[in-house]
Design a protein around this ligand. Structure first.
Ligand SMILES: [Zn+2]
Length: 423
């Protein structure tokens, strides 16, 4: 009988906890907060109906709210990965590692309706929110079309005169920004070559994107191509430059044109034979939460290793950051040695290795992308912002690797279940 009563009481308590957990209102008391820019040593954060209501020391907590003790922990904005490629399952993988927003940089599914519906909602979801370029601008036989499934063809640009029409079509589909590709594979120094957009076409596409009030983000992996993109008035370079250490002339050009970069240094680490991704896959804070796809892409390797890339990328990251060029943390997942969500934690560690303070690295994955892409009140722990939040044990504002010690994640104020989906 007592057993039965205990079971009944247990069920009742479990039911209450479940009911409370279903709510998107809660408070985290006495926690260290990284607010997107700076660290607040001690605060109480109150979330109401999926948005942050109060961030203040000793803030009053409304009666009945679930309260989490934040001692010894740090509350951060949900992380934003500024360079990914989405596919089914990717956004759930991202969210399990506290990445609550992803910016796709070329995608053939073009599922804009679903993405826009999700990111404007404050509903319960098991997926990160997505902004997307959709289809990028390239030429027949140009990058990245070699990665498409065999037999699939997509529209390509034939001439500078067609640029506006081509870009208008992308915008009509729903592209949030315009991605274009300058790629001849010259960075491999082995006479490989690939057809690519001419300088006139690059300049015309950038102008067309701006006429449609869209940012123009250019894929380049060579210093000459980055220079061409900047001179054409592009807004961003999609990868850190791996082929040569940039000089003062390049840095001055980048500054004069207010260019920003998406880093993707993790890809260059993998392409250079560094073992960061393998170490990450073995980390006990990571391994239990990796989906088969995440494990596969993290452990994938390039056929040919180019050791000179990573030291060059680190030097360029350091020099551009020191000069005040905005660098957004991006991973280029799911390329070899990356994986949605988890790779962003590695990217933050690489940025610190390249001279960022831990707070600057966190800023590059939170408030900075929101300021540039206008993502709708996310990337900060501040009143009125979406309650996409990451609670970690320890202090990533002094030890960046602590971002991996995930205690809890919330998306739209709802707790995220980190359990892997059953097959
Ligand atoms: Zn990419």
């Amino acid at each position: 009988m007592r057993g039965l009563i205990a079971a009944a009481v247990g069920a009742l308590i479990a039911g209450n906890i479940a009911a409370a957990a279903a709510d998107n209102s809660f408070a985290v008391r006495d926690v260290r907060v990284f607010d997107g820019d700076k660290t607040i040593p001690l605060a109480t954060v109150v979330v109401e109906d999926g948005r942050i209501a109060v961030v203040r020391r000793d803030a009053p907590i409304p009666a009945g709210l679930m309260v989490i003790d934040g001692h010894g922990k740090t509350l951060l904005p949900g992380l934003i990965d500024s360079h990914v490629h989405v596919f089914p399952g990717a956004e759930a993988d991202a969210l399990r590692f506290g990445v609550t927003t992803e910016l796709d940089m070329f995608d053939i599914s073009r599922d804009f309706k679903t993405w826009k519906a999700q990111r404007t909602s404050l509903g319960r979801t098991g997926q990160a929110d997505t902004w997307a370029a959709g289809l990028g601008v390239t030429v027949k036989g140009g990058a990245p079309l070699e990665m498409l499934p065999p037999g699939m063809s997509v529209p390509t640009l034939d001439s500078a005169a067609d640029a506006q029409k081509f870009v208008d079509a992308r915008v009509a589909e729903g592209s949030d920004y315009i991605k274009l590709f300058i790629e001849t594979l010259s960075e491999y120094h082995d006479r490989r070559t690939m057809p690519t957009l001419s300088r006139a076409e690059v300049c015309a596409v950038v102008a067309a994107a701006h006429a449609d009030h869209r940012l123009a983000i250019v894929h380049t992996q060579a210093e000459w191509a980055a220079r061409e993109a900047i001179e054409c008035g592009a807004d961003a370079i999609a990868h850190m430059i791996p082929d040569r250490v940039v000089g003062t002339h390049f840095i001055a050009l980048a500054k004069r044109h207010h260019i920003f970069f998406e880093t993707t240094d993790d890809v260059w680490a993998g392409a250079s034979g560094m073992d960061f991704a393998q170490k990450l896959a073995r980390d006990p804070r990571v391994a239990p939460y990796l989906s088969p796809m995440q494990r596969a892409t993290l452990l994938a390797t390039e056929k040919k290793v180019t050791p000179r890339f990573f030291p060059t990328v680190l030097a360029n990251t350091r020099a551009l950051h020191a000069a005040g060029v905005p660098l957004l943390a991006g991973t280029d997942s799911p390329n070899p040695a990356t994986a949605h969500g988890v790779a962003l934690h590695e990217e933050l560690q690489i940025l610190v290795r390249a001279g960022f303070t831990p707070q600057e690295a966190l800023h590059a994955a939170t408030a900075l992308p929101d300021a540039i892409f206008h993502l709708g009140r996310r990337g900060r722990v501040a009143k009125g912002y979406r309650a996409d939040l990451l609670l970690v044990d320890g202090d990533p504002t002094t030890n960046i690797a602590a971002t991996l010690s995930i205690n809890r994640i919330w998306m739209n104020g709802y707790p995220v279940d980190r359990t892997l989906p059953k097959k």
